[in-house]
Design a protein around this ligand. Structure first.
Ligand code: AMP
Ligand code: ZN
Length: 492
């Protein structure tokens, strides 16, 4: 269904800093590029938040009936330790420390990334290209930039001439930075002395003898600069101009700014119509980041094996937690927040499960069509998932009234309510109906059973068995507490 014809989707464009009506270059089709992970370590939940935001965008575009080509790359070379073209390649460094091949590092963390995205119910992108798979194209793009007079070679490395580009273009158009700001962002270290100006950035770097990830080129045996791969792979698979480019806020500068400069130099046109940036996930008030050790791994949330959360949580709860915030807002991760999300998520899924038993009447006491439109309006307003969720809860309230015979619904409305709620909850938000399957719910059932057996043992004055149940559970980290209301338990 071509729902996009009747839905006026607005997207906040980081370039214009305003919400704009979304008009793809080709009607009914969308090209979307999202910067993917640098595969030198396990993705943390912060990375996953950004990718999940774009998974939701992709899902909504598909729901609206667009044919979407979604390209999300894998950075497997060229991303140095810091953004100022200095330091070791992140992957090569890991390989050196672990005494394995760089491609073993890449393989390990690509597999981890795919495991996590599968578990977390992501739709796979249409194309997932790698930097190392496009070295030839990257060298061609550098030649083109050199030909246009905007890059120069020094000692086997090639740099982009930012000042010259800025004479006829605006470097800083996306991030709002000036050329002077850009100087402060770079550090005058040894490796930079080759550059004409400190703002310039590397397109190709000559590899020193220790640098093992290297390829032949007209300038030297070396490797491409980090920003180049995204210009190359986006234009190769989506064209010189395409609709949406996404990434985390922290990629706006220098990464996306450099991408614009490179692409525009080659094609003469602004490459991206809608730039979208997702905001950061915080832990303990700080950005979740691998480098500071302030992070949680997505798998450890599912197993409960972490120091941050009181217990394990399922995929549905974590996705619900992330979707409860707008993608452009900062989100704080904590055990309390997840416990609150778990309550809300269960309420939502239980209401959806109830719908199967609802019987239709002749009339509805709830305006389903109006409610459905409000759900679309929320998503059309720059993918406002928290507002969508608040509308979903209006439906939850109504479903619970139906169960208690305090409301009625017509046959047609029941069909519409079911299809709409399923579409938004499962297709668009990507939540999963795992309330029953989730391990902590199963555990709950098992412990409740043991509490019941212990009660029976006590009633039979079988103190030995009753103590055995209590003590063995305690050994396994489950503490029973006898109170006036009965026995409860906590997990230590
Ligand atoms: P990287 O692998 O470092 O290139 O990062 C992959 C993606 O994760 C990028 O789009 C980053 O902007 C994003 N990212 C990194 N840290 C966070 C965070 N704490 N919250 C949200 N997104 C993040
Ligand atoms: Zn990128």
């Amino acid at each position: 269904m071509e729902l996009y014809k009747e839905n006026k989707l607005k997207i906040y464009n980081s370039l214009s800093k305003s919400k704009e009506l979304f008009k793809p270059l080709v009607e009914g089709r969308v090209g979307m590029y999202v910067c993917g992970p640098t595969v030198y370590s396990n993705v943390h939940l912060g990375n996953i938040r950004t990718f999940m935001s774009f998974d939701m965008v992709y899902r909504y575009l598909l729901h609206l009936g667009y044919k979407v080509r979604y390209v999300r790359n894998i950075t497997d070379a060229g991303h140095l330790e810091n953004d100022a073209d200095e330091g070791e390649d992140r992957i090569a460094k890991k390989a050196r420390l672990e005494q394995i091949e760089p491609m073993e590092v890449v393989q390990r963390y690509v597999v981890d990334f795919h495991n996590v995205t599968n578990k977390y119910n992501f739709l796979p992108p249409s194309i997932e290209p790698t930097a190392t798979g496009h070295i030839v194209e990257q060298i061609e793009m550098i030649k083109e930039i050199v030909k246009k007079g905007l890059a120069y070679e020094v000692n086997g490395s090639v740099y982009f001439d930012v000042l010259k580009y800025n004479e006829t273009n605006r470097y800083g158009i996306l991030s709002g930075r000036t050329i002077e700001d850009a100087i402060h962002n770079t550090r005058a270290l040894d490796g930079q002395s080759d550059k004409k100006n400190p703002q310039d950035f590397a397109l190709w770097k000559k590899a020193d003898e220790r640098h093992i990830m290297r390829w032949p080129s007209p300038w030297s045996d070396g490797f491409p600069g980090w920003h180049l791969e995204c210009s190359v792979m986006s234009s190769k698979y989506l064209g010189e101009q395409f609709d949406i480019h996404g990434g985390g806020m922290d990629l706006k500068f220098p990464h996306h700014e450099c991408e614009i400069a490179q692409s525009k130099t080659c094609s003469g046109v602004s490459p991206v119509n809608y730039w979208m940036h997702a905001n950061m996930l915080l832990l303990n008030g700080q950005k979740m980041a691998k480098s500071t050790g302030n992070f949680v791994l997505p798998n450890d949330i599912l197993t409960g094996n972490n120091d941050v959360l009181p217990k394990d949580f399922g995929v549905g709860v974590v996705r619900f937690f992330i979707m409860q915030a707008h993608y452009r807002s900062i989100l704080d991760f904590s055990g309390e927040a997840l416990l609150a999300s778990e309550k809300g998520y269960k309420k939502l899924i239980e209401a959806i499960n109830l719908l199967d038993d609802v019987e239709a009447s002749s009339e509805s006491t709830f305006n389903v069509k109006e409610w459905r439109q409000k759900c679309y309006d929320a998503m059309n307003d720059d993918f406002n998932t928290p507002i969508l969720i608040s509308h979903l809860f209006e439906a939850v309230k109504f479903i619970n009234q139906l169960k208690d015979d305090k409301a009625t619904i017509s046959k047609d409305d029941l069909v519409l309510l079911k299809s709409t709620i399923n579409a938004f909850v499962f297709d668009v938000l990507g939540l999963v109906n795992d309330v029953e399957e989730h391990s902590s719910d199963k555990l709950d059932g098992v412990v409740e059973l043991l509490i019941k057996l212990r009660k029976q043992a006590r009633e039979n004055k079988d103190w030995a068995l009753s103590d055995q149940i209590r003590d063995e559970l305690l050994e396994k980290g489950i503490q029973l507490k006898d109170g006036r209301e009965g026995t409860t338990y906590s997990i230590n």
